[in-house]
Design a binder for this molecule. Sequence first.
Ligand SMILES: NC(=O)c1ccc[n+]([C@@H]2O[C@H](COP(=O)([O-])OP(=O)(O)OC[C@H]3O[C@@H](n4cnc5c(N)ncnc54)[C@H](O)[C@@H]3O)[C@@H](O)[C@H]2O)c1
Length: 353
Amino acid sequence: MQKQCAIIGFGGMGEWHSEHLAANLSDRLHLKGIWDIRPERRQYANQKGLFAYGSLEELLADPAVELVTIATPNDFHKPLAEACLRAGKHVVCEKPVTLNAGQLQSVMATAKECGRVFTVHQNRRWDKDFCTVKEVLAQNTLGEPYFIESRVLGSRRVLNGWRGVKAEGGGMLLDWGVHLLDQLLWLVDSPVVEVGAHLFALMPGVEVDDNMKVFLRFANGLSALVEVATNCFVLQPRWHVSCREGSFKIDDWDCHGRMIRLAEENELAWDEVITYTAAGPTRTMAPRPRETVEELPLPQVAPDLADYYRNVCDAIDGKAELIVKPEEALRVMQVVDAAFAANERGQSVSCRI
Ligand SMILES: NC(=O)c1ccc[n+]([C@@H]2O[C@H](COP(=O)([O-])OP(=O)(O)OC[C@H]3O[C@@H](n4cnc5c(N)ncnc54)[C@H](O)[C@@H]3O)[C@@H](O)[C@H]2O)c1
């Protein structure tokens, strides 16, 4: 049966949610209306044929609304999520769920007290590139992974509006960083034991990180680098993964990439090959003969993002466990807290997250 839902915050992402629901989830969810503090966005919603509530209180008091999606700037997530839960609504909250782990613990306690479903819109678990990485590792084609590099790189050198304001939860660690960390923590089944972070504020007058690198060490020995850049003019692959028997890269969202596996070791005495660079010889870095490796196609995956909201509906009906669990979001926020602390101290921090 169709559930009635509402959206708070009708900016770029709020509008995206409304279109996604209408295009892909009309059998499960009906958007009853939206609320935005800016009158022009409420008018814009009306022009698009949507109902706009006259106030937050009016939305919260509407008994027909079962589920609310929060898509406001980040600093409003906690107070709005708690207000919705206390009004008896189930909540989907945009990422970053809150500004830190402590705020999220408070929201989780409220959700428990009110007996409502609370989850985070970690939609990038459905990204094709990420699902491809997950599939390669699940198939164990290249042996155990020991280093994962996950990067989102751009060169637009701008953080628009609240994204550049610290008090409003701006900065790339809280913006793209939480997507990449969520993917990584979902991929690696092991506690994080060390977090290092290099946060940069490169643009003039910017008070938040506009470029960042976070290094993670997991208890199982795997390490990872997560990088977000707005000042990168020569791109690196979206993913580069080093495994014991080979490596693979995925260049872009469309999943162009390469996967190379070590062939059966043979008796070729190729280690005698020497490369002479201008400044001297190297045997270690000499290229490998082609017959000692094999190139494999990357697996094909077809994730369906609509499964996110379908799962939320099933969780509300008690028919499924949430895919994006609040406890998982809490781990992400604990790593975010550790990254801010590591950057502040100028050295990595030990932890067990
Ligand atoms: N999951 C994703 O892929 C993804 C992508 C983009 C943005 N987001 C997240 O979505 C949220 C919104 O981002 P955006 O790009 O749409 O921002 P935006 O600035 O385009 O829109 C935010 C809207 O919220 C409204 N607003 C502000 N305070 C409000 C309040 N207290 N009550 C009601 N409305 C309020 C603003 O008027 C604005 O229309 C952020 O948390 C962001 O991190 C997620």
